[in-house]
Design a protein around this ligand. Structure first.
Ligand SMILES: Nc1ncnc2c1ncn2[C@@H]1O[C@H](COP(=O)(O)OP(=O)(O)O)[C@@H](O)[C@H]1O
Ligand SMILES: [Mg+2]
Length: 321
């Protein structure tokens, strides 16, 4: 069997490095892992990393995207079926759990797992054996479970949308993967990684100004969005990537024009006084600078070119937290 390509997992920020250190320890154990994070933060990549670094690395890793499987097919996809279990079941079929036997199974978007099947999943996990749909004989299975969620499962449990017993069973080791905007130090390295990956051997450079825009942007789609942006700009890039080549929303975020355009009140309200317009823009600018500095007032004051006490007074005046 050929060895799979090594995983390029970039971790420059202190935050990501400490997570990576935990991932190594987690991989060595055989515990169930719950990966928690927004879309595109790298949950699937980490699941793969855990499997490859685990004692089961030479055994299969079966990935299941629960949000893309139709609920009525889910049971037989996961657990298989006997011949004749449905009119269309002309042969017996092994499910994904059986295919993952002795290896790992990655259940992505576990928050989309239908409530009606949750007790069956729990039973399989607890007893380490399953019944195929229409089957009478239990099949024993030995799998390491890795799950991922994009929402707070505890909150789903509290409002009765997710079984609490299943939640405790899958949440043995929770691992929160922070969004990219909370680990901006990773952005240059990851951008560089994708440049190399999609640059087709060309040596491409991102100008300082363009890199600043990439770092400042809030990346709602996280690393997946960064990957797509680099993939797109690389097509037209000629040696260097300048800020003009970046998509408008990235280029403009944080720029004065963007803040002015974002100020609906100034644009729509007709009877504002000069004083009110100035105050409105000023409070928007302060809010934006604080957001970009992730709440760090010293940093925000520096970006705005004012001293800290002036910033404090203004924040107080506008009631900005
Ligand atoms: N730390 C990282 N270093 C390099 N590439 C990454 C990293 N994290 C995520 N990626 C890449 O970003 C994309 C989205 O990651 P993925 O694991 O699918 O996210 P999620 O499952 O959380 O939606 C994939 O192409 C993945 O390879
Ligand atoms: Mg994913």
């Amino acid at each position: 069997m050929p060895l799979p390509a090594p995983i390029s997992f970039i971790a420059q920020s202190g935050l990501m490095r400490s997570i990576l250190a935990r991932v190594d320890a987690i991989a060595a154990s055989d515990s169930s892992v719950l990966l928690i994070g927004e879309t595109g933060v790298g949950k699937e990549l980490i699941a793969e990393y855990i499997h490859r670094a685990s004692p089961r690395s030479l055994k299969p890793l079966v990935k299941v995207g629960l949000s893309s499987l139709p609920p009525d097919l889910l049971e037989s996809e996961l657990f298989g079926h006997q011949k004749g279990a449905y009119t269309s079941a002309s042969t017996e079929k092994r499910g994904l759990f059986e295919l993952a036997d002795t290896g790992s199974i990655f259940l992505d978007d576990i928050d989309d797992f239908p409530y009606s099947l949750q007790s069956k999943l729990l039973r399989v996990l607890e007893s380490r054996e399953l019944l195929r749909v229409g089957g009478m004989t239990p099949v024993s299975i030995d799998v390491r479970l890795i799950t991922a969620t994009k929402v707070d499962l505890k909150e789903m449990v509290d409002r009765g949308a997710f079984r609490s017993d299943l939640y405790y069973r899958i949440n043995v080791v929770p691992l929160v993967i922070p969004p990219l905007r909370e680990r901006k130090e990773d952005i240059p390295a990851i951008a560089g990684h994708f440049l190399e990956m999609y640059g087709g051997g060309r040596s491409l450079r991102v100008t300082d100004e363009a890199m600043r825009s990439l770092v400042n942007y809030h990346w709602p789609g996280n690393i997946r969005e960064l990957r797509n942006v680099i993939q797109r700009v690389v097509i037209f890039a000629n040696g260097q990537i300048d800020v003009a080549e970046l998509p408008a929303e990235i280029r403009d975020e944080g720029s004065l024009q963007y803040i002015i355009k974002a100020c609906n009140r100034c644009l729509t309200e007709e009877k504002m006084t000069f004083e009110q317009v100035v105050e409105c823009l000023e409070s928007n600018l302060l809010g934006q600078a604080l957001k970009q500095a992730e709440g760090n007032r010293t940093q925000a004051a520096k970006a705005l070119g004012m001293n800290l006490s002036t910033l404090r007074d203004k924040l107080k005046k506008y009631n900005i937290e």
